[in-house]
Write a protein that binds this ligand. Structure first.
Ligand code: UMP
Length: 244
C-alpha cells in the first residue's frame, strides 16, 4: 500500500522508520518546482516524544547545529514574528495571533489552554494556520494546517496535520519543534506530555535528494545511523563545545 504508517517510541526512531517506509511505499509524483518527488501520505505515531535520545543529528538541516533550537524559538516563542511581512507567515504568528480579515486577532493557543483547563476531554481544542482569503493565492502558503489537543490519562496528546512535508529536509525539525509546543501547552495546563501524532497529506523527498536519501535509508537498515542519535544533554554539550 502506498502509505507511510509508523509506530515508534522516540522521535529519532519515528523519523528513521518514516524514511524507510517512504522509500519502500512512496510513488513518483511531479512537483511545482520542475522536478519529481517520491511521495506518500504519512501517519506517524510517537508514543513518548520526550524519551531520550530525542535528537537525530541528521535531521538537523538548518545550516548549523544550534539551528534546531533557533527553529524551536521561532515556533514556540515567536522570535521571527517581526519578519511576517517579508515571509508571509510564521507558525507562531498564525497560532498565537491569527489575524482575521477584519483585523481581529485570535490567540488560538491561549484558547486551547483555557479550554483544556476547563474540560480536559474536550474534542474542540484546536488551532489552525490556513487563511483561505490569502493562502490560496500566495507563493508560500503554510505547510502546517492544524494542531489538535486533548488530555488523556493526565497527559497532553497532540495531533499535527500538515498538507505538505519534506520528509528528509524538514520533517524531523518540524516534529521536534511541534513537540516543544506540545510541552509548552502541557506545562501551561499542568500535565505531562503524552503521545504525538504527525499526519502529512504529502510526505515527500525531492529528486535532487534521492541519492543521499537512498544511501541514508540503506544505512538505517544496516543499523549504522544509531551513532547519530543523541540525548538532549549530549546535544547541548556539543553546542557548548562549538561556542568555545
Ligand atoms: O514547515 C515546513 C515548511 C515547508 N516544508 C516543505 C514542504 C514542501 O517540500 C515545501 C513547500 O512546497 P509546497 O507544498 O507549498 O509546494 O516546503 C516543510 O516540509 N515544512
Amino acid at each position: 500500500m502506498s502509505v507511510v504508517f509508523v509506530y515508534a517510541k522516540s522521535l529519532p526512531e519515528a523519523w528513521e522508520k518514516s524514511l524507510v517506509e517512504l522509500a519502500k511505499n512512496g510513488v513518483v509524483i511531479d512537483t511545482e518546482y520542475n522536478e519529481k518527488s517520491i511521495d506518500a501520505p504519512a501517519f506517524i505515531v510517537v508514543e513518548e516524544p520526550f524519551s531520550e535520545p530525542r535528537i537525530h543529528l541528521k535531521g538537523i538541516v538548518a545550516g548549523s547545529l544550534k539551528g534546531l533550537l533557533e527553529y524551536v524559538d521561532e515556533v514556540v516563542k515567536g522570535v521571527h514574528d517581526h519578519l511576517v511581512e517579508k515571509f508571509g507567515y510564521t507558525y507562531h504568528e498564525r497560532l498565537f495571533s491569527y489575524r482575521l480579515p477584519n483585523g481581529v486577532i485570535v490567540n488560538q493557543i491561549e484558547k486551547v489552554i483555557e479550554k483544556l483547563k476547563k474540560v480536559p476531554y474536550t474534542r474542540r481544542a484546536q488551532a489552525i494556520t490556513w487563511q483561505p482569503w490569502k493562502d490560496l493565492e500566495t507563493e508560500h502558503p503554510p505547510c502546517l494546517q492544524r494542531m489538535w489537543f486533548r488530555v488523556v490519562n493526565n497527559k497532553l496528546v497532540m495531533h499535527v496535520h500538515m498538507r505538505s512535508n519534506d520528509a528528509l529536509k524538514a520533517a524531523y525539525m518540524n516534529m521536534y519543534a511541534f513537540t516543544e509546543l506540545q510541552k509548552y501547552v502541557a506545562e501551561s495546563i499542568g500535565v505531562d506530555v503524552g503521545r504525538y501524532i504527525h499526519v502529512a497529506d504529502s510526505y515527500h523527498v525531492y529528486e535532487r535528494d534521492w541519492k543521499w536519501f537512498n544511501a541514508f535509508v540503506e544505512q538505517i537498515e544496516r543499523g549504522e545511523t544509531r551513532s547519530r542519535w543523541k540525548s538532549t544533554a549530549e546535544y547541548m554539550k556539543m553546542i557548548q563545545l562549538l561556542k568555545q
